[in-house]
Ligand binder design. Structure first.
Ligand code: SAH
Length: 507
């Protein structure tokens, strides 16, 4: 794992043949809550085996070379049996791969880490554990709840409410309920909440005892329900709280300081974002800033290409100059690397005027080159008037992925490819997830995303899914692509997303 400062987590790998397995806590669901060490290990690993409750953008943003293995619960079904997970980790490490085993929250809480570590150790494979933010800490922070306090709690009890495994030691609820002066935190707390509450009532706690349930703490689906022991079960049903949720019982609940964060326009909304891996983190971050829970489902793989012929033609025409047009943020970002890789530098642009096809691209471009013109919106056909040029026979160099700018009537167009798109396939459980639980919105930022989405799902399923969600196309060009595949959208609705799309559109 070159370039990773593992600090205390470093481990010299004595066995040359096998890789190292890092058991990494991903935190409670918000990608900002993984540790720096965990994040760096992830970015540099060879393979990742991940659970259901991790923020998917951490995995979706990884480069294509990283092997991905989903081992979590499949929608409506059980997760992979523990023995199979153990076997998978051993076999990946025995192939010499450095593996991140990514788990929700902290690896040491209710996640089967012990079995995995034991099994790896028995096979002589080095294991390193990287802690994470456990759900209880996340719930405490995001609901303004102190888990302890001098006035009402000198201890905290973390228990599982699930207790379904036949061989698991049962939680002594009667005894816990009989203790006073502490806080009880119940992981997997929804299914058996009624039974647990009854233990507390039977032990003499009043119906008025403060308690709460928090769903999806730190994510776009976060919901906080404060209640009383006598009402909590009915309240959870009434407000339809869903896993992952944590229950907290104890006097501390009455001393919480509810967060004063503003309500965000996309709170509670799941937004499927079809951006490619290298854009995922930024697009998801933009959506999260507006409160949404992103589903990063990349619609294609993006590959860098070296268009040697194009660059050589460019250098031939550089003496007479013309116009250079940047059609997307990726092109702006990738331009400099490609320029240098192909043996040139910025002097090649000396005689060219520079145009950005939209405000977002213009802003990005301005970080290194001052554009002569920033077009108000992207377009397929470019007229002489758009660029304010009068001369015929101009040369126009277009940096573009899929959009061939039509300016043939008045210019000699040279299209220079910096990236090419490749088809992608989605993990079966990703598809199952959106079949069972369609997102609220599907965001398309360029025509390639629409085409890729149709390609992954097939036209019928894509149209079917689109009918159950709201389609948000970035601009007129994307609208045209969506219409062309028969995807319905409400032109008005898109405007509510403008700001978000703009801040994500810089890519
Ligand atoms: N290792 C994890 C816990 C795994 S058990 C950790 O340290 O947090 C899974 C349970 O954790 C869920 O059923 C739920 O009770 C709780 N949980 C996980 N993420 C949560 C979140 N964001 N908000 C509330 N509870 C969460």
């Amino acid at each position: 794992m070159a370039g990773v400062d593992q600090g205390n987590f470093a481990m010299s790998n004595s066995s040359k043949k096998s890789g190292i397995v890092y058991l990494v806590g991903a935190g409670p669901g918000n990608p900002g809550l993984i540790t720096r060490t965990g994040y760096e290990l992830l970015r540099h690993c060879d393979a990742v085996a991940y659970d259901a409750l991790i923020p998917l953008e951490l995995v979706a943003s990884l480069p294509e070379r990283v092997e991905r293995h989903y081992v979590g619960r499949r929608a409506g079904r059980h997760s992979m049996p523990q023995t199979e997970k153990n076997r998978l980790l051993v076999s990946l490490a025995q192939r010499g791969l450095n593996v991140v085993r990514l788990k929700g929250g902290d690896t040491s809480f209710f996640g089967g880490s012990a079995e995995e570590a034991e099994c790896l150790a028995a096979a002589g494979i080095p294991v390193v554990v990287v802690p994470g933010v456990t759900a209880a800490s996340a719930v405490a922070a995001s609901s303004g709840l102190p888990l302890t306090g001098r006035r009402d709690a000198s201890w905290v009890f973390f228990a599982t409410g699930h207790g379904s495994a036949a061989d698991a030691i049962p939680v002594p609820w009667g005894k816990i309920a009989a203790l006073g002066g502490g806080t009880v935190v119940v992981y997997m707390g929804l299914a058996n909440l009624e039974k647990i509450v009854n233990h507390f009532l039977a032990a003499g706690h009043s119906m008025e005892t403060p308690c709460m349930v928090v769903q999806g703490a730190t994510t776009g689906l976060q919901r906080i329900l404060e209640s009383k022991l006598g009402d909590i079960v009915a309240d959870c049903r009434k407000h339809q709280l869903r896993p992952p949720a944590l229950a907290v019982i104890g006097q501390v609940v009455q001393h919480r300081t509810p967060p004063s964060s503003p309500s965000l326009p996309l709170s509670g909304k799941r937004v499927l974002a079809t951006c490619c891996a290298r854009e995922t983190e930024q697009v998801c971050a933009a959506l999260r800033r507006y409160g949404a829970e992103p589903l990063p489902y990349p619609a294609y793989i993006l590959e860098e290409v070296d268009d040697a012929q194009g660059w050589s033609r460019f250098s031939q025409i550089a003496v007479s100059g013309g116009w250079c047009l940047f059609t997307g943020g990726l092109e702006v970002r990738g331009f400099m690397d490609s320029l240098l890789r192909n043996g040139h530098d910025l002097r090649l642009l000396g005689r060219f005027k520079i145009a950005a096809c939209g405000p977002a691209e213009g802003e990005l471009l301005q970080r290194s080159i001052r554009p002569d013109i920033i077009l108000p919106h992207r377009r397929k056909k470019l007229s002489r008037k758009d660029l304010g040029t009068s001369g015929a026979g101009e040369t126009l160099v277009v940096f573009s992925r899929e959009v061939v700018m039509d300016a043939a009537e008045w210019a000699e167009v040279l299209r220079l490819e910096l990236f090419r798109t490749k088809p992608i396939s989605w993990e079966p459980h990703w598809i199952q997830e959106i079949r069972d639980n369609p997102p609220d919105y599907i965001l398309f930022r360029n025509p390639a995303e629409v085409a890729g989405f149709i390609n992954v799902l097939g036209l019928n399923e894509a149209q079917d899914l689109a009918r159950k969600c709201r389609i948000i196309p970035l601009d007129e060009m994307v609208k045209a692509a969506a219409s062309c595949y028969g995807l319905q959208f409400n032109a008005e609705e898109g405007s509510a997303f403008n700001k978000i799309i703009e801040s994500a559109g810089h890519l």
